[in-house]
Design a protein around this ligand. Structure first.
Ligand code: NAD
Ligand code: UGA
Length: 461
């Protein structure tokens, strides 16, 4: 018999923002494992096999190239790969349910359940199933019931290993994570499976950063981590509104409170609002779970984090309208940035979507520019494409506009020649810095009327 080339056969179901980078890093760090990623989306799998990857993420292509064809493979053959795998990470999408019971709040687990059934159908030997997707607490018990409902003698051990990477810094987050969390049943077979997953990460993550817990704590910790992060942004954003009324400066307040080591300085940038595929979805999920256990006060507490975010997005547009003499109808406005944050082309739940739609409702002419997100922006605004323009070059986007709105904190927007931009705008020219990334005094000197977040406006009018 030929010698076994790889010591473990790892499969990941779901080749998206999490499955792709996570498995690429495992493959790059562990040449002794075979890592295969499968997806039902054949086009995505095709793209993963080229240098034009389906997602933009700094450093990702280098990592993929290190391992692709050596021990990292992409495929649409889901069932055969399940049959061959020892460990199966499931990283499919778990969006908010938009129909039936729990619509608008609970997680839509249809992709998740389909995967469980496919695993059951294609397995001929024992497997460890790893929950990589973000899931409601206690999902593992449903997963166990589905997969262990077989009479073939095959045993499945379900382990939770939530992912904490942030887009734009995914590779760094995966290579040097603050922590890796692995939860399992506290049984002999549960602990053994958990140890197998610990062993994978121990190839490059210091052992003290790999933490283990019971499976429910692990599932819940992921939702809670996102809720706490989003809560910080809503907290600082709520105070930004107060700063604008009182001449306090949100950056100075954030700096002053962040110096307290109990509060800490990270994640205190006031903004037009948080976006991304997960914060809102995961908080809604938490709210739904709390409600379903009859914990109304807990649900309401977390729901307010989302309400403040919506308030902040709406407040940004209201400020634009008020500053521009209470009408923006027919006015040309350039939005700098459409991605939900810098260094990604992802636009899921981006504040730019809400802002654009509201400006269009007010009959403004909106021009959108972004270095990576224009293809996704076009999909998000599919129904109003005749009312918005897309222009990759920010200088061209700003030509003949009355106002600029900074919606994504891309570095390139910090260093543009704003005098040149100002000279080509209609006067009075306005700038609404939804990320507080620009030099506001300098912009004011150039002639702009400047409206930051949580800082006094500077107006010539
Ligand atoms: P994604 O939409 O980018 O990728 C999910 C992939 O799963 C898609 O390519 C889809 O085609 C595939 N898929 C769906 N059903 C399938 C099936 N039955 N068989 C095979 N493939 C299937 O989603 P994502 O952003 O990677 O998120 C995945 C999970 O990870 C979610 O639960 C999310 O909450 C969580 N998460 C995301 C991030 C992030 O930064 N995006 C970070 C941490 C956790
Ligand atoms: C977030 C978490 O940071 C990850 O740990 C988590 O794994 C991930 O969600 C997930 O579960 O999907 P991500 O959404 O990719 O990651 O990006 P973040 O850096 O958290 O930013 C989220 C949003 O908050 C962005 O719109 C960002 O611009 C905004 N933000 C962030 C602020 O407005 N202010 C800040 O101080 C920080």
């Amino acid at each position: 018999m030929a010698e076994k080339k790889f010591s473990k056969n790892i499969l990941c179901i779901g080749a998206g923002y999490v499955g792709g980078p996570t498995m690429a890093v495992i493959a790059a760090k562990c040449p002794h494992y075979k890592v295969t990623i499968v997806d039902i989306n054949a086009e995505k799998i095709r793209q993963w096999q080229t240098d034009d990857l389906p997602i933009y993420e700094p450093g990702l292509l280098d990592i993929v190239k290190q391992a692709r064809g050596r021990n990292l493979f992409f495929s649409t053959e889901i069932e055969t790969n399940i049959t061959d795998a020892d460990i199966i990470f499931v990283s499919v999408n778990t969006p908010t349910k938009n129909f039936g019971e729990g619509a608008g709040k609970s997680a839509d687990l249809q992709y998740w359940e389909k995967t469980a059934r496919t695993i059951l159908k294609a397995s001929k030997s024992d497997k460890i199933i790893v929950e990589k997707s973000t899931l409601p607490v206690r999902t593992a018990s449903a997963m166990e019931r589905i997969v262990n409902s077989n009479d073939s003698g095959v045993h499945f051990e379900v382990v939770s290993n939530p992912e904490f990477l942030a887009e734009g810094t995914a590779i760094m987050d995966l290579e040097q994570p603050d922590r890796v969390l692995i939860g399992s049943r506290e049984t002999d077979s549960g602990r053994k499976a958990r140890q197998e997953i610990v062993d994978i990460y121990a190839n490059w993550v210091p052992r003290e950063r790999i933490i283990t817990s019971n499976i429910w704590s692990s599932e819940l910790s992921k939702l809670v981590a996102n809720a706490f992060l989003a809560q910080r942004i809503s907290s600082i954003n709520s105070i930004s509104a107060l700063c604008e009324k009182t001449e306090a400066d949100i950056s100075e307040v954030a700096y002053a409170i962040g110096m307290d080591s109990r509060i800490g300085s990270k994640f205190l940038n006031a903004s037009v609002g948080f976006g991304g595929s997960c914060f809102k979805k995961d908080i809604l999920n938490l709210v739904y779970i709390a409600e379903s256990y009859g914990l109304r006060e807990v649900a309401e507490y977390w729901e307010n984090v989302i309400k403040i975010n919506e308030y902040q997005e709406n407040r940004f547009v209201r400020k634009m309208i008020a500053a521009m003499f209470n009408t923006i109808a027919g006015k040309r406005i350039a939005l700098f940035g459409f991605a939900f944050k810098a260094d990604t082309g992802d636009t899921r739940e981006a504040p730019a979507i809400t802002v654009t739609r509201k400006l269009v409702e007010e009959h403004a002419q909106v021009v959108i520019t972004d270095p990576q997100a224009l293809p996704n922006a076009k999909k998000d605004l599919e129904d109003i494409l005749d009312r918005v323009e897309f222009e990759p070059d920010p200088y061209k986007a700003a030509l003949g506009t009355h106002a600029l709105g900074i919606l994504t904190e891309w570095d390139i927007y910090r260093t543009l020649d704003y005098r040149r931009i100002y000279d080509n705008m209609i006067k009075p020219a306005f700038i609404f810095d939804g990320r507080n990334i620009l030099d506001h005094d300098k912009l004011f000197e150039i002639g702009f009327n400047v409206y930051p977040i949580g800082k006094p406006a500077q107006s010539h009018i």
